[in-house]
Design a protein around this ligand. Structure first.
Ligand SMILES: Cc1cc2nc3c(=O)[nH]c(=O)nc-3n(C[C@H](O)[C@H](O)[C@H](O)COP(=O)(O)OP(=O)(O)OC[C@H]3O[C@@H](n4cnc5c(N)ncnc54)[C@H](O)[C@@H]3O)c2cc1C
Length: 435
């Protein structure tokens, strides 16, 4: 039987980061069910268009994490962009975030939002759900004109089933003073006021993480099928592997299944996102990098413009549609609706679609709520005690960015290094890569 100290499941950002940050001299093996690395950070190049699996733009808060990637990429590969995003509201563009720009709305909508903001009901400190948080902090007008319809389209669920902090730091909070202040002195800075983007697409960050890794330790087309926690043996579609520890980026409920851990599956819910990447024969609007679409009569919740990042001559879009996890994604059948809605939204007119690609991200956004998080905390800790460490956006069942994935992987590798004790040094501490 094959054996390894650290068996990594999944060659996405999380698994590859973990491999990079493992202590020097570690014995590791990574199995990936697909034919290539990258997970959700993969890029498609087709007919001269460069598309990610979905709009992936990056805003690093830790210079050392960004530098780790840049050190492993060709010079000049990554560009820094001042973000331009807006909201489509009744045929007009309103700056994002909506709550700070209500003064840009038609007068009646502005007055309604302002009135409802001032006379909002409910105690934000007592809010338990995402929906209660929206109403109690921002009032009915702002909630019902943008935040509720937009997030219902995205999450494809009742917002009363989400935790008040379901979006964590990704929710742009604003109080009355911020909102009034912004009417005179615009400051629309949000968590991603700038972003970086590799010229070759998000996959270039994956390639950076592959840069120092021994390819022989990465096994593609190999899928984890079960784990015997007692015997510490993993079974894949190819073989059995004895392990000291597993680090898994497999979606958490799926990993519980693979480890034969009984749990209440109804606690874990998520949406999926149907993404269309669309290439047209000519340029469209040149202003925004992405547009939020709260209107329920348009099938998509967000449209992004790759061509406005690199000033390319043909419009290159990603279009995102939130679906319930059990909904059928009708890729061919929905495309005509997408094109019709793009036309009604004023994003295309006589444009001819010359190339397209589609992907379903499942899961895409996990539904963060207290019952699932409480169950997760207990089972996550129990699995870790059994040597199975679940990380990543889906392994750790949360809303996060690739930078968060790298930080989490680095911290976990640090605990392995600490447990191993001296004289083994931590690659994380040295900022070194891993063979
Ligand atoms: C719509 C959308 C937009 C996003 N936008 C951004 C953004 O702008 N900026 C940003 O920083 N982040 C963004 N993210 C988040 C980012 O995509 C994730 O944080 C990151 O890709 C997660 O990496 P991961 O390795 O944790 O998971 P994944 O990418 O899911 O990788 C897991 C890997 O495990 C493999 N695997 C699963 N099961 C098995 C098995 N049984 N056996 C073997 N292999 C298996 C999978 O094939 C996959 O390769 C976005 C996510 C979504 C859904």
């Amino acid at each position: 039987m094959d054996a390894t100290e650290t068996l990594i499941i999944g060659a996405g950002i999380s698994g590859l980061s973990l491999a990079n940050y493992l202590p020097e001299g570690s014995d590791w093996l990574c199995v990936e069910q697909l034919h290539e690395a990258g997970g959700y950070c993969r890029t498609i190049k087709q007919d001269g268009f460069v598309w990610d699996f979905s709009g992936h733009f990056f805003h690093f808060r830790n210079a050392d994490i960004e530098q780790f990637l840049l050190d492993r990429m060709p010079k000049g590969e990554v560009v820094r962009i001042d973000k331009s995003s807006s909201i489509l509201f009744k045929g007009q563009r309103v700056d994002f975030p909506f709550q700070k720009n209500i003064h840009q709305l038609p007068l009646d909508d502005f007055i309604e939002c302002l009135h409802d903001l001032y006379f909002r009901e409910g105690d934000p400190d007592a809010a338990e759900t995402f929906e209660q948080m929206l109403y109690s902090k921002l009032g009915r007008g702002i909630t019902e004109k943008f935040l509720k319809p937009y997030n219902e389209k995205l999450y494809a669920c009742d917002l009363a089933t989400l935790d008040k902090d379901a979006m964590g730091r990704f929710f742009p909070h604003a109080d009355i003073a911020d909102i009034i202040q912004n009417m005179r002195h615009p400051d629309n800075s949000s968590y991603n006021a700038h972003f970086t983007y590799p010229k070759g697409g998000a996959m270039e960050y994956v390639n950076a993480l592959l840069h120092d890794l021994d390819p022989a330790r990465l096994r593609y087309n190999e899928r984890l099928e079960s784990v015997d926690l007692q015997a510490k043996v993993a079974t894949t579609n190819r073989r059995q592997i004895r392990f000291e520890r597993i680090v898994s980026a497999v979606p958490f409920p799926k990993m519980l299944d693979l480890c034969a851990v009984p749990y209440d599956a109804s606690l874990y819910t998520w949406n999926k996102v149907l993404v269309y990447n669309l290439g047209f024969d000519r340029k469209g609007q040149t202003q925004d990098h992405w547009i939020y679409i709260p209107e329920r009569d348009k099938v998509f919740y967000r449209v992004g413009f790759y061509d406005n990042i690199f000033a390319t001559p043909r419009m290159s879009l990603y279009v995102e549609i939130g679906l319930k996890a059990d909904a059928e994604a009708d890729i061919e059948g929905t495309l005509p609706t997408v094109l019709a809605d793009l036309k009604r939204a004023g994003i295309i007119d006589a444009h001819e679609l010359v190339s397209w690609h589609s992907v379903v991200l499942d899961p895409a956004y996990v539904h963060v709520n207290e019952p699932s998080q409480a169950d997760f905390r207990v089972r996550h800790a129990a699995l870790a005690d059994a040597g199975v460490h679940c990380i990543g956006r889906y392994g750790a069942w949360k809303y996060c960015s690739i930078e968060d994935n790298m930080l989490e992987a680095r911290a976990l590798a640090g605990t392995f290094a600490a447990a191993a004790g001296p004289p083994v040094a931590s690659a994380a501490a040295k900022g070194a890569g891993r063979g």
